[in-house]
Write a protein that binds this ligand. Structure first.
Ligand code: GTP
Ligand code: ZN
Length: 330
Protein backbone atom coordinates (compact mmCIF):
# COMPACT_ATOMS: atom_id res chain seq x y z
CA UNK A 1 0.00 0.00 0.00
CA UNK A 2 1.45 3.35 -0.92
CA UNK A 3 -0.83 5.92 0.62
CA UNK A 4 -3.98 6.38 2.70
CA UNK A 5 -6.68 8.52 1.16
CA UNK A 6 -10.12 9.44 2.52
CA UNK A 7 -11.87 6.08 3.04
CA UNK A 8 -9.57 4.43 0.58
CA UNK A 9 -5.97 3.45 0.04
CA UNK A 10 -3.74 3.70 -2.97
CA UNK A 11 -2.13 0.40 -3.85
CA UNK A 12 0.48 -0.79 -6.32
CA UNK A 13 0.69 -4.35 -7.63
CA UNK A 14 3.61 -6.31 -6.14
CA UNK A 15 5.19 -6.54 -9.58
CA UNK A 16 4.63 -2.85 -10.17
CA UNK A 17 7.05 -1.45 -7.61
CA UNK A 18 9.43 -0.17 -10.25
CA UNK A 19 8.20 3.41 -10.16
CA UNK A 20 6.62 3.09 -13.59
CA UNK A 21 3.13 2.13 -12.44
CA UNK A 22 0.28 4.37 -11.34
CA UNK A 23 -1.26 3.35 -8.02
CA UNK A 24 -4.84 2.08 -7.98
CA UNK A 25 -7.54 3.25 -5.55
CA UNK A 26 -9.00 0.62 -3.28
CA UNK A 27 -12.08 1.57 -1.28
CA UNK A 28 -12.17 0.43 2.33
CA UNK A 29 -15.06 -0.60 4.56
CA UNK A 30 -16.82 2.16 6.49
CA UNK A 31 -14.61 1.68 9.56
CA UNK A 32 -11.48 1.96 7.44
CA UNK A 33 -10.21 -1.37 8.74
CA UNK A 34 -9.01 -4.44 6.90
CA UNK A 35 -9.10 -8.05 8.12
CA UNK A 36 -5.79 -9.69 9.00
CA UNK A 37 -4.85 -13.37 8.69
CA UNK A 38 -5.39 -13.93 12.40
CA UNK A 39 -8.91 -12.53 12.53
CA UNK A 40 -8.06 -9.05 13.78
CA UNK A 41 -8.99 -5.85 11.97
CA UNK A 42 -6.39 -3.13 11.48
CA UNK A 43 -6.13 0.22 9.76
CA UNK A 44 -3.78 -0.37 6.84
CA UNK A 45 -0.75 1.88 6.72
CA UNK A 46 1.91 2.84 4.23
CA UNK A 47 4.12 -0.17 3.43
CA UNK A 48 1.44 -2.76 4.19
CA UNK A 49 0.87 -5.67 1.87
CA UNK A 50 -2.76 -6.20 0.98
CA UNK A 51 -3.91 -9.40 -0.66
CA UNK A 52 -6.70 -8.22 -2.89
CA UNK A 53 -9.07 -10.86 -4.17
CA UNK A 54 -12.54 -10.52 -5.66
CA UNK A 55 -14.40 -8.76 -2.87
CA UNK A 56 -12.10 -9.73 -0.01
CA UNK A 57 -8.97 -7.90 1.08
CA UNK A 58 -6.57 -9.33 3.64
CA UNK A 59 -3.79 -7.46 5.38
CA UNK A 60 -0.61 -9.53 5.55
CA UNK A 61 1.20 -9.80 8.88
CA UNK A 62 3.74 -7.00 9.30
CA UNK A 63 7.42 -7.86 9.67
CA UNK A 64 8.15 -4.48 11.26
CA UNK A 65 6.01 -1.49 12.13
CA UNK A 66 6.82 2.05 13.09
CA UNK A 67 4.25 2.78 15.78
CA UNK A 68 3.35 5.71 17.91
CA UNK A 69 0.98 5.72 20.86
CA UNK A 70 -1.89 8.09 20.24
CA UNK A 71 -3.10 10.45 22.92
CA UNK A 72 -6.73 9.31 23.32
CA UNK A 73 -7.55 7.23 26.36
CA UNK A 74 -9.13 4.42 24.38
CA UNK A 75 -7.14 4.59 21.18
CA UNK A 76 -4.50 2.09 20.31
CA UNK A 77 -1.08 2.54 18.79
CA UNK A 78 -0.98 4.18 15.41
CA UNK A 79 1.15 2.52 12.74
CA UNK A 80 3.03 5.13 10.74
CA UNK A 81 4.66 2.68 8.34
CA UNK A 82 4.93 -1.08 7.97
CA UNK A 83 7.40 -3.64 6.66
CA UNK A 84 10.33 -1.26 6.72
CA UNK A 85 13.96 -2.36 6.86
CA UNK A 86 15.67 0.91 7.67
CA UNK A 87 14.51 3.98 9.58
CA UNK A 88 16.33 7.14 8.54
CA UNK A 89 16.35 9.45 11.55
CA UNK A 90 16.73 12.79 9.80
CA UNK A 91 17.95 15.81 11.76
CA UNK A 92 19.41 19.12 10.60
CA UNK A 93 22.92 20.33 11.44
CA UNK A 94 21.68 23.92 11.14
CA UNK A 95 20.10 24.86 13.51
CA UNK A 96 22.07 22.60 15.85
CA UNK A 97 20.87 18.99 16.04
CA UNK A 98 18.62 18.25 18.99
CA UNK A 99 20.14 15.26 20.80
CA UNK A 100 17.01 14.51 22.85
CA UNK A 101 14.89 14.37 19.72
CA UNK A 102 17.38 12.02 18.07
CA UNK A 103 17.23 9.74 21.12
CA UNK A 104 13.43 9.80 20.98
CA UNK A 105 13.34 8.96 17.28
CA UNK A 106 15.97 6.24 17.73
CA UNK A 107 13.70 4.68 20.35
CA UNK A 108 10.78 4.86 17.91
CA UNK A 109 13.03 3.23 15.31
CA UNK A 110 14.33 0.42 17.55
CA UNK A 111 10.81 -0.32 18.65
CA UNK A 112 9.80 -0.87 15.02
CA UNK A 113 12.17 -3.79 14.62
CA UNK A 114 13.98 -2.07 11.74
CA UNK A 115 17.58 -0.79 11.75
CA UNK A 116 17.95 2.94 12.45
CA UNK A 117 20.41 5.13 10.58
CA UNK A 118 20.98 8.78 11.52
CA UNK A 119 21.16 11.31 8.68
CA UNK A 120 22.39 14.79 9.53
CA UNK A 121 21.33 17.20 6.79
CA UNK A 122 22.44 20.66 5.66
CA UNK A 123 26.14 19.88 6.08
CA UNK A 124 26.82 22.73 3.64
CA UNK A 125 25.60 25.24 6.22
CA UNK A 126 28.06 24.46 9.04
CA UNK A 127 31.86 24.68 9.28
CA UNK A 128 32.49 21.35 11.02
CA UNK A 129 29.86 18.74 10.12
CA UNK A 130 32.13 15.82 11.06
CA UNK A 131 32.76 17.21 14.55
CA UNK A 132 29.02 17.58 15.05
CA UNK A 133 28.44 14.08 13.71
CA UNK A 134 30.88 12.72 16.32
CA UNK A 135 28.80 14.34 19.07
CA UNK A 136 25.65 12.77 17.67
CA UNK A 137 27.37 9.40 17.25
CA UNK A 138 28.09 9.44 20.99
CA UNK A 139 24.34 9.29 21.69
CA UNK A 140 23.45 7.00 18.76
CA UNK A 141 24.91 3.70 19.95
CA UNK A 142 25.25 0.92 17.37
CA UNK A 143 23.91 3.25 14.68
CA UNK A 144 25.64 4.69 11.60
CA UNK A 145 25.64 8.47 11.46
CA UNK A 146 25.88 10.15 8.05
CA UNK A 147 26.29 13.82 7.23
CA UNK A 148 24.77 14.94 3.95
CA UNK A 149 24.10 17.99 1.87
CA UNK A 150 21.71 17.81 -1.01
CA UNK A 151 22.89 20.98 -2.83
CA UNK A 152 26.51 19.75 -2.86
CA UNK A 153 25.69 16.00 -3.13
CA UNK A 154 27.94 15.47 -0.12
CA UNK A 155 27.47 12.13 1.64
CA UNK A 156 24.61 10.99 -0.56
CA UNK A 157 26.50 8.02 -2.03
CA UNK A 158 26.67 6.44 1.43
CA UNK A 159 22.85 6.61 1.58
CA UNK A 160 22.45 5.38 -2.00
CA UNK A 161 24.38 2.29 -0.88
CA UNK A 162 21.47 1.50 1.44
CA UNK A 163 18.98 1.36 -1.42
CA UNK A 164 19.30 -2.34 -2.23
CA UNK A 165 16.46 -3.79 -4.32
CA UNK A 166 13.55 -4.80 -2.10
CA UNK A 167 14.69 -2.63 0.81
CA UNK A 168 12.12 -0.30 2.33
CA UNK A 169 13.28 2.83 4.11
CA UNK A 170 11.27 5.39 6.01
CA UNK A 171 12.42 8.92 6.80
CA UNK A 172 11.36 10.43 10.13
CA UNK A 173 12.35 13.71 11.72
CA UNK A 174 11.14 17.19 12.55
CA UNK A 175 9.50 19.48 10.02
CA UNK A 176 12.14 21.29 8.02
CA UNK A 177 14.86 18.70 8.63
CA UNK A 178 15.01 18.06 4.91
CA UNK A 179 13.27 14.69 4.62
CA UNK A 180 11.42 15.46 1.40
CA UNK A 181 14.51 17.07 -0.11
CA UNK A 182 16.45 13.91 0.75
CA UNK A 183 13.78 11.58 -0.65
CA UNK A 184 13.76 13.58 -3.89
CA UNK A 185 17.57 13.47 -4.10
CA UNK A 186 17.62 9.71 -3.59
CA UNK A 187 14.77 9.21 -6.06
CA UNK A 188 16.66 11.28 -8.61
CA UNK A 189 13.60 13.40 -9.39
CA UNK A 190 11.01 15.38 -7.45
CA UNK A 191 8.47 13.06 -5.94
CA UNK A 192 7.72 15.01 -2.76
CA UNK A 193 7.00 18.70 -2.43
CA UNK A 194 9.60 20.43 -0.30
CA UNK A 195 9.66 23.44 1.97
CA UNK A 196 10.72 25.96 -0.66
CA UNK A 197 8.58 29.07 -0.63
CA UNK A 198 6.09 28.92 -3.44
CA UNK A 199 6.43 31.61 -6.07
CA UNK A 200 2.75 32.52 -5.73
CA UNK A 201 3.49 33.48 -2.11
CA UNK A 202 1.04 30.99 -0.63
CA UNK A 203 3.38 29.86 2.10
CA UNK A 204 5.54 26.81 2.18
CA UNK A 205 4.90 23.22 1.31
CA UNK A 206 5.21 20.74 4.06
CA UNK A 207 4.54 17.06 3.77
CA UNK A 208 0.96 16.38 4.79
CA UNK A 209 0.73 12.65 4.18
CA UNK A 210 2.86 9.59 4.32
CA UNK A 211 3.68 8.19 0.95
CA UNK A 212 5.68 5.28 -0.39
CA UNK A 213 7.93 6.10 -3.30
CA UNK A 214 9.18 3.14 -5.34
CA UNK A 215 12.69 3.92 -6.64
CA UNK A 216 14.02 2.89 -10.01
CA UNK A 217 16.60 0.58 -8.42
CA UNK A 218 13.95 -1.48 -6.61
CA UNK A 219 14.14 0.09 -3.15
CA UNK A 220 11.17 1.88 -1.60
CA UNK A 221 11.24 5.10 0.37
CA UNK A 222 8.55 6.42 2.68
CA UNK A 223 8.44 10.10 3.51
CA UNK A 224 6.54 11.16 6.62
CA UNK A 225 5.29 14.53 7.79
CA UNK A 226 7.44 16.06 10.51
CA UNK A 227 6.88 14.18 13.74
CA UNK A 228 6.16 16.60 16.55
CA UNK A 229 7.16 16.16 20.14
CA UNK A 230 3.79 14.66 21.00
CA UNK A 231 3.05 10.99 20.78
CA UNK A 232 4.75 8.56 23.08
CA UNK A 233 7.23 6.40 21.26
CA UNK A 234 8.95 4.65 24.12
CA UNK A 235 8.76 1.08 25.21
CA UNK A 236 11.04 -0.59 27.71
CA UNK A 237 12.96 -2.86 25.31
CA UNK A 238 13.51 -0.14 22.73
CA UNK A 239 14.70 2.19 25.48
CA UNK A 240 17.25 -0.34 26.69
CA UNK A 241 18.63 -0.48 23.16
CA UNK A 242 18.74 3.28 22.64
CA UNK A 243 20.22 3.78 26.10
CA UNK A 244 22.33 0.61 26.32
CA UNK A 245 24.96 2.60 28.25
CA UNK A 246 22.49 3.78 30.90
CA UNK A 247 20.83 0.36 31.10
CA UNK A 248 24.25 -1.26 31.56
CA UNK A 249 25.12 1.11 34.38
CA UNK A 250 21.75 0.64 36.06
CA UNK A 251 22.31 -3.10 36.03
CA UNK A 252 25.54 -2.54 37.95
CA UNK A 253 23.91 -0.58 40.79
CA UNK A 254 24.10 -2.34 44.17
CA UNK A 255 20.31 -2.43 44.54
CA UNK A 256 18.27 -3.96 41.75
CA UNK A 257 15.53 -1.37 42.33
CA UNK A 258 17.96 1.57 42.58
CA UNK A 259 16.33 4.90 41.69
CA UNK A 260 19.73 6.50 41.10
CA UNK A 261 18.87 9.30 43.49
CA UNK A 262 21.71 9.02 45.98
CA UNK A 263 21.51 5.35 47.01
CA UNK A 264 24.83 3.79 48.05
CA UNK A 265 26.62 1.79 45.35
CA UNK A 266 24.78 3.58 42.51
CA UNK A 267 26.75 3.01 39.31
CA UNK A 268 24.83 5.75 37.54
CA UNK A 269 25.79 8.31 40.19
CA UNK A 270 29.42 7.22 39.90
CA UNK A 271 29.31 7.65 36.11
CA UNK A 272 27.77 11.12 36.52
CA UNK A 273 30.50 12.06 39.02
CA UNK A 274 33.30 10.86 36.77
CA UNK A 275 31.78 12.57 33.74
CA UNK A 276 31.40 9.30 31.91
CA UNK A 277 27.62 9.79 31.75
CA UNK A 278 26.38 13.28 30.84
CA UNK A 279 23.56 14.63 32.99
CA UNK A 280 21.61 15.47 29.81
CA UNK A 281 21.59 11.85 28.69
CA UNK A 282 20.35 10.60 32.04
CA UNK A 283 17.56 13.21 32.01
CA UNK A 284 16.59 12.19 28.49
CA UNK A 285 16.45 8.53 29.52
CA UNK A 286 14.39 9.37 32.61
CA UNK A 287 11.88 11.32 30.56
CA UNK A 288 11.38 8.52 28.02
CA UNK A 289 11.34 5.83 30.71
CA UNK A 290 8.57 7.73 32.47
CA UNK A 291 6.57 7.87 29.25
CA UNK A 292 7.13 4.17 28.63
CA UNK A 293 5.91 3.29 32.12
CA UNK A 294 2.85 5.51 31.74
CA UNK A 295 2.07 3.98 28.36
CA UNK A 296 2.45 0.44 29.68
CA UNK A 297 0.00 1.19 32.48
CA UNK A 298 -2.47 2.73 30.05
CA UNK A 299 -2.33 -0.18 27.66
CA UNK A 300 -2.96 -2.53 30.60
CA UNK A 301 -6.10 -0.59 31.43
CA UNK A 302 -7.09 -0.60 27.77
CA UNK A 303 -6.57 -4.35 27.39
CA UNK A 304 -8.70 -5.00 30.44
CA UNK A 305 -11.45 -2.72 29.08
CA UNK A 306 -11.33 -4.51 25.73
CA UNK A 307 -11.58 -7.88 27.40
CA UNK A 308 -14.60 -6.64 29.36
CA UNK A 309 -16.28 -5.36 26.18
CA UNK A 310 -15.66 -8.67 24.46
CA UNK A 311 -17.37 -10.58 27.26
CA UNK A 312 -20.25 -8.12 27.35
CA UNK A 313 -20.77 -8.72 23.63
CA UNK A 314 -20.58 -12.50 23.98
CA UNK A 315 -23.04 -12.43 26.88
CA UNK A 316 -25.44 -10.23 24.92
CA UNK A 317 -25.29 -12.51 21.90
CA UNK A 318 -25.86 -15.51 24.10
CA UNK A 319 -28.87 -13.90 25.77
CA UNK A 320 -30.28 -12.92 22.40
CA UNK A 321 -29.91 -16.56 21.31
CA UNK A 322 -31.72 -17.74 24.45
CA UNK A 323 -34.57 -15.37 23.77
CA UNK A 324 -35.09 -16.87 20.28
CA UNK A 325 -36.72 -17.37 17.84
CA UNK A 326 -34.09 -15.35 15.94
CA UNK A 327 -31.93 -16.97 13.35
CA UNK A 328 -31.73 -20.73 13.22
CA UNK A 329 -28.43 -21.89 14.62
CA UNK A 330 -26.17 -24.10 12.61
N1 GTP B 1 21.30 24.23 2.52
C1 GTP B 1 20.56 23.12 2.54
N2 GTP B 1 19.23 23.22 2.63
C2 GTP B 1 18.50 22.09 2.66
C3 GTP B 1 19.10 20.81 2.62
N3 GTP B 1 18.13 19.86 2.69
C4 GTP B 1 16.95 20.54 2.77
N4 GTP B 1 17.17 21.88 2.75
C5 GTP B 1 16.15 22.95 2.82
O1 GTP B 1 15.41 22.82 4.04
C6 GTP B 1 14.05 23.19 3.86
C7 GTP B 1 13.12 22.09 4.38
O2 GTP B 1 13.28 20.93 3.58
P1 GTP B 1 12.13 19.83 3.40
O3 GTP B 1 12.74 18.73 2.61
O4 GTP B 1 10.86 20.41 2.91
O5 GTP B 1 11.92 19.40 4.92
P2 GTP B 1 10.98 18.23 5.49
O6 GTP B 1 11.77 17.56 6.56
O7 GTP B 1 10.48 17.37 4.40
O8 GTP B 1 9.81 19.07 6.15
P3 GTP B 1 8.26 18.64 6.38
O9 GTP B 1 7.73 18.22 5.03
O10 GTP B 1 7.62 19.88 6.91
O11 GTP B 1 8.27 17.52 7.37
C8 GTP B 1 13.91 23.47 2.37
O12 GTP B 1 13.96 24.86 2.16
C9 GTP B 1 15.10 22.78 1.75
O13 GTP B 1 15.50 23.38 0.54
C10 GTP B 1 20.54 20.73 2.54
O14 GTP B 1 21.17 19.65 2.51
N5 GTP B 1 21.22 21.92 2.51
ZN1 ZN C 1 21.64 3.49 40.76
Amino acid sequence: MVRADKGAVLVLPADGLDGAHEPRRLTLDRDGLVATDDGDRLAPTVGDWLLVDEGATVLRARTTALVRDTAGATSRVQALAANIDIVLVVEHLDPDPHLGRIERLLTLAWRSGAQPVVVLTKADLVPDPEGMAAEVAAVALAVDVHTVSVPTDQGLDALRALLAPGTTLVAVGPSGAGKSTLVNALAGHDVMETGERRSDGRGRHTTTHRELVPLAGGAMLIDTPGIRGVGVVADADALDTTFADVAGLAAACRFADCHHTGEPGCAIQEALDSGELPERRLDSWRRLAKEAAYQARRSDVRLRAEERDRWKKITKEYQRGMRGPGRPRS
